[in-house]
Design a protein around this ligand. Structure first.
Ligand code: PSU
Ligand code: MN
Length: 306
């Protein structure tokens, strides 16, 4: 018999069985998105934020080929320190499981694992998207098409500003993915609050987002919903300054021939160096804010379903 490839932590199982709010958290941000020790501190802070808002956190990763939904503190530590952690998006899940590897899951893979576990809500930092220069490189994150297939509501602070936000929004429109602006009319730009690109729908409180997701499920939509939640004002970086730093990081990436799944971790790391840690501070604040709002939406949804 095949060994079980999905293990759900007991606490998460209990919460799901009682129809309580459960919020998935990803692990790529821990293993490839932030330096040590801030990565592990952030992972713990996010779990605490979910709990403080009345939810149960479920951080997701693949360990020794088993999808773990809900991690122990030792497992978070391993993901934040070990060097042999793969970065798994949708395409990589079968191989990291079959070959019994360790992998951090990106947004697309975390959505798949969350859905298999029965979790409908997931908070991340910035969604992957269409990269600048994609007309040459074809670099478009697998995060975007995942929303066509997998019914999970994801709260992000917009597309990472290292991306092409107008093209990312066009792509989401083509795929027919509902995108909501949380207390904003614009898609947030990760490090700063407004990108200048309109979202198709604004919501002003968690219950509106919960209602829209509930409606999509009732209509039999097979896919998910993306919520853009702007970074808190006091943590946002000045647009002009960070744009200069992003251009510098992009130049370094092309000089070094960085491609494929290494691009995003490289750019985030470079930006952290260039801004002397300011981009990391902002990143931590925005994902914490996303965990808070996502949990509030999950709590509102749980009320709808009783
Ligand atoms: N947001 C962050 N930091 C990250 C990521 C998102 O604040 O590290 C990760 C997510 O896991 C996302 C991935 O799914 O980057 C996208 O990678 P790519 O561009 O290679 O698809
Ligand atoms: Mn890519």
């Amino acid at each position: 018999m095949q060994k079980k490839c999905l293990v759900i932590k007991q606490e998460v199982k209990n919460a799901l069985a009682h129809g309580q709010a459960v919020v998935a958290l990803e692990s790529t941000i821990i293993s490839h998105g932030m330096p040590h020790p801030q990565n592990i501190e952030t992972a713990r802070l996010l779990e605490k934020t979910v709990r403080d808002n009345g939810g149960t956190p479920a951080t997701i990763a693949v360990l020794d080929g088993v999808i773990r939904v809900g991690l122990s503190d030792d497992e978070l530590e391993l993901l934040g320190t070990a060097k042999n952690i793969h970065k798994a998006s949708r395409r990589d899940l079968p191989s990291v499981i079959a070959l019994k590897q360790h992998a951090a899951t990106t947004v697309s893979a975390t959505m798949i694992c969350a859905h298999r576990a029965g979790i409908k809500f997931f908070a991340t930092g910035g969604i992957g998207g269409v990269h600048r220069g994609a007309s040459e490189t074809f670099d478009i994150s697998a995060d975007l098409p995942e929303f066509v297939h997998t019914p999970v509501l994801v709260v992000c602070a917009g597309a990472k500003a290292i991306l092409d936000i107008p093209l990312t929004m066009e792509y989401l429109e083509t795929l027919g993915i509902p995108v909501l602006g949380y207390q904003t009319d614009e898609m947030p730009a990760f490090y700063y609050r407004s990108s200048g690109v309109k979202v198709p729908q604004r919501v002003d409180d968690p219950s509106q987002a919960a209602d829209i997701f509930h409606q999509a499920l009732q209509l039999g939509y097979p896919g998910g919903i993306l919520v853009g939640n702007p970074v808190p004002e006091n943590a946002a970086l000045p647009r002009e300054k960070i744009e200069g730093c992003i251009n510098q990081a992009l130049t370094e990436a092309s000089k070094n021939g960085i491609s494929g799944q290494a691009v995003t971790p490289f750019l985030l790391g470079k930006l952290n160096d260039i801004t002397a840690g300011d981009s990391l501070k902002t990143n931590i604040e925005l994902v914490k804010n996303n965990a808070r709002v996502c949990t509030q939406i999950a709590v509102a949804f749980a009320r709808l379903s009783v």
